[in-house]
Design a protein around this ligand. Structure first.
Ligand SMILES: O=C(O)c1cc(=O)[nH]c(=O)n1[C@@H]1O[C@H](COP(=O)(O)O)[C@@H](O)[C@H]1O
Length: 236
């Protein structure tokens, strides 16, 4: 069975900000209310990889959300380069060829980087999947990709907490489920479609929740982070 994860370490704050200065100001305001930060496209392409290294050196955990998807050789070599940063998680799209290449890059690099397969984005519903050419409903596509991720040896799955129980049944207890599309009760949903509260996510067996705008856009980000951690602790 995996190690127990403390409620605070279950929260991953998405640093979807324009600059590393802005991100560092937010991290300082959040203080010890969070320990785990996600760097995605916006910050990653604006100096975020250097910030990732600084955060790791400072004792934080880092999730590199770069959602790699390319020919196998490019993915494998990209993962090998990124493994040197010291991050905990790296995302790739959950296509079998891409996941095989990422697993190979991870294994060649050694170290502790875990690969997460992004199944179906939480901004998609069944109509969006149909529009993209998929005949399967989102929940079935998530389950199919989770099964492929497990077979290939990927470390964890990104999906909506709405599918977490189904994904857990597919991947078993040893792999991680990481869920964005998290909204505390009453928070603005924005462009997300498959949203779940922090408490419901814990009850569905999620390991880590990813929260961006409800924290980054709050007047008091530290207070919102604390409330989310408390809500998860009470639900575990
Ligand atoms: O891989 C991700 O982190 C991700 C996958 C997914 O399906 N949906 C999703 O929202 N995300 C990311 O999770 C974060 C959610 O941010 P908020 O909607 O602001 O809480 C963003 O940084 C997204 O890029």
């Amino acid at each position: 069975m995996p190690e127990p994860i403390s409620p605070r370490d279950r929260l991953i704050v998405a640093l979807d900000m324009a600059s590393t200065d802005e991100a560092e100001r937010l991290i300082a305001r959040i203080g010890d209310a969070a320990s785990f930060y996600k760097i995605g496209y916006r910050l990653g392409y604006a100096g975020g990889l250097g910030l990732a290294e600084r955060l790791v050196r400072g004792g934080h955990k880092v999730f590199l959300d770069l959602k790699l998807h390319d020919i196998g050789n490019t993915v494998e070599e990209g993962v090998q380069s990124l493994a040197g940063i010291g991050a905990t998680f790296l995302t790739v799209h959950a296509y079998p060829q891409t996941m095989r290449a990422a697993a190979s890059g991870r294994d060649k690099a050694g170290g502790g980087l875990k690969i997460l397969g992004v199944t179906v984005l939480t901004s998609y519903d069944d109509a969006d999947a149909r529009e993209a050419g998929y005949a399967l409903p989102v929940a079935d596509l998530v389950a199919l990709r989770a099964a492929a991720a497990k077979a290939i040896g990927i470390d964890g799955i990104v999906c909506s907490a709405a599918e977490a129980a189904q994904v857990r049944a597919v991947i078993g207890p040893d792999r991680l489920i990481v869920t964005p599309g998290i909204r505390p009760a009453g928070a603005a949903i924005g462009d997300q479609k498959r949203v779940v509260t922090p408490a419901e996510a814990m009850r569905a067996g999620v390991d880590h929740v990813v929260v961006g705008r409800p924290i980054t856009g709050a007047a008091d980000p530290r207070d919102v982070a604390r409330r989310i951690v408390d809500e998860m602790a009470a639900a575990l």
